[in-house]
Design a protein around this ligand. Structure first.
Ligand code: ADP
Ligand code: MG
Length: 140
């Protein structure tokens, strides 16, 4: 099977607690390779645009404020079945429901401050990667 790509964000609750390396290690140990990475402080326009799909949900405002609150690390991860594999490594949205050993069970603070974002489909992965990276920034 050929490798494919997904998009990841290490969220402000994790960068604030100096967990970037610990979380990247979980991705790498889980079979994913970091092929692009940058630390950014999202603007309001970036946070609102990235999460526009959730704008009707009650937590949208809180989510945008959170994602702008501190730096994040945006990454492209590559591996077999990368989208699904990353979702397995991340665990369920609510850390209380996440499996033992996942990023969210290990590190998340709450359903909102849940340490990582990961694409939910190949189609959205492509859209999300293009939102933050140009093709020449991705070095497999
Ligand atoms: P996931 O990140 O697992 O794909 P969603 O796409 O449903 O989950 O939600 C996007 C993000 O919105 C979540 O990761 C979380 O940060 C936030 N979120 C989701 N549900 C809630 C909620 N009930 N209350 C507060 N924040 C939430
Ligand atoms: Mg989602």
């Amino acid at each position: 099977m050929t490798a494919n790509r997904t998009f990841s964000i290490i969220k402000p609750d994790a960068t604030r607690r100096n967990l970037t390396g610990a979380i990247v290690k979980m991705f790498e140990d889980g079979g994913l390779r970091v092929v692009a990475s940058k630390r950014i402080h999202m603007t309001r326009a970036q946070a609102e645009g990235f999460y526009a799909v959730h704008k009707e949900r009650p937590f949208y405002g809180e989510l945008v404020e959170f994602m702008m609150s501190e730096p994040v690390v945006v990454q492209v991860l590559e591996g077999e079945n990368a989208v699904l594999r990353n979702r397995e490594i991340m665990g369920a949205t609510n850390p209380e429901d996440a499996d033992v050993g996942t990023v969210r069970k290990t590190h998340a603070l709450s359903i909102g401050e849940n340490s990582v974002h990961g694409s939910d489909s190949d189609e959205n992965a492509a859209i999300e990667i293009a939102f933050f990276f140009t093709e020449d920034e991705i070095v497999g």
